[in-house]
Write a new protein. Structure first.
Length: 281
């Protein structure tokens, strides 16, 4: 199992944008229910061990009354096991900078979506045992807050409508879990290394299992290079999107984009620029 270079960093705000867009698409009659979601990369808070993206996603859908099924994939077996077993999420706030403010808002949103109040818990019980000393040293007076995972998720984990699977997004066979209505793979692809071929493999594995007109939420690691590297151009970007069967829906940040699966995957409509085969070789 490759352990090196894997980041499990996550934030409380993750998942909200994706979920809110699924809800809008369902309400607009553009996605049918139950939606079948693919989430790649669970994440794990350094001290509390929980991810946040999946919980925000399912909390938002639950609150909006959008029924769902889901497959959650991660490379690390311990994160998959955690997701299958976890009943509560933990958070702490320390400073009042902008990021913290965003996190506080996200926590209130999560509590509202799931219809619960927070509980203040005993820090020594909820911090991962190997991290307790470091946590006490770094955050001596911090309060830890807890809330339950979404009730619908707990039920769906029990009846297998939501499954968590260990696998590498480059190679895992997703066919048995799809086709998906919406897929998110954010803060994962940059970890596949600098070979565009590996990134493409992972993206094609996702998009080929998303139904036509489904939503695909990705951060493409090569986009920041477009402005600087003359071998990347708008033509290359368009052709890559064609290859992946995607059409831009809208940006969230610099390189975080919500796409619509609009083309059959692998059938480019534009002529491939000469530099593309070099990138994918
Ligand atoms: C930085 S975290 C992001 C988690 C979550 N998507 C978020 O944005 O909060 C990356 C996650 O992807 C997982 N991961 C890394 N490489 C992967 C791969 N090749 N296939 C599946 N999961 C992978 C890591 O184990 C980790 O949980």
């Amino acid at each position: 199992m490759p352990k090196t270079n894997i980041s499990t960093e996550t934030r409380l705000t993750r998942g909200q944008f994706f979920a809110e867009n699924i809800v809008s698409a369902v309400r607009g009659g553009n996605l049918s229910t139950p939606v079948n979601i693919l989430l790649v990369g669970i994440g794990s808070h350094r001290y509390f061990g929980c991810g946040y993206e999946a919980y925000n996603t399912f909390a938002c859908l639950e609150h909006a009354g959008v029924d769902y099924r889901a497959t959650v994939v991660d490379l690390l077996p311990e994160l998959v096991a955690d997701f299958q077993e976890r009943g509560e999420l933990y958070v702490s706030f320390r400073t009042l900078n902008d990021l913290e403010n965003e996190s506080r808002k996200a926590w209130s949103q999560y509590l509202q979506w799931t219809g619960q109040g927070e509980k203040i818990v005993d820090t020594s019980q909820v911090v991962i045992p190997s991290q307790r000393r470091g946590f006490r040293r770094e955050f001596p007076n911090v309060v830890v807050r807890a809330a339950k995972i979404p009730a619908s998720l707990e039920q769906k984990l029990g009846n297998q409508e939501v499954v968590a699977v260990q696998g590498n997004i480059k190679s895992i066979d997703l066919q048995q879990y799809g086709p998906f209505t919406a897929a998110a793979c954010v803060n994962v692809l940059y970890q596949l290394g600098r070979e565009p071929r590996d990134t493409m493999k992972a993206i094609l594995n996702i998009t080929s299992n998303v139904e036509r007109s489904g939503l695909v939420y990705l951060d493409l690691p090569w986009l920041p290079f477009f402005n600087f590297d003359p071998s990347f151009s708008v033509d290359v970007e368009n052709s890559l999107q064609d290859l992946m069967g995607l059409e831009r829906n809208h940006f969230q940040g610099d390189n975080v984009i919500l796409y619509r699966k609009s083309l059959p995957y692998g059938s480019p409509t534009r002529r491939l620029p000469r530099s593309l085969p070099i990138l994918l070789r």
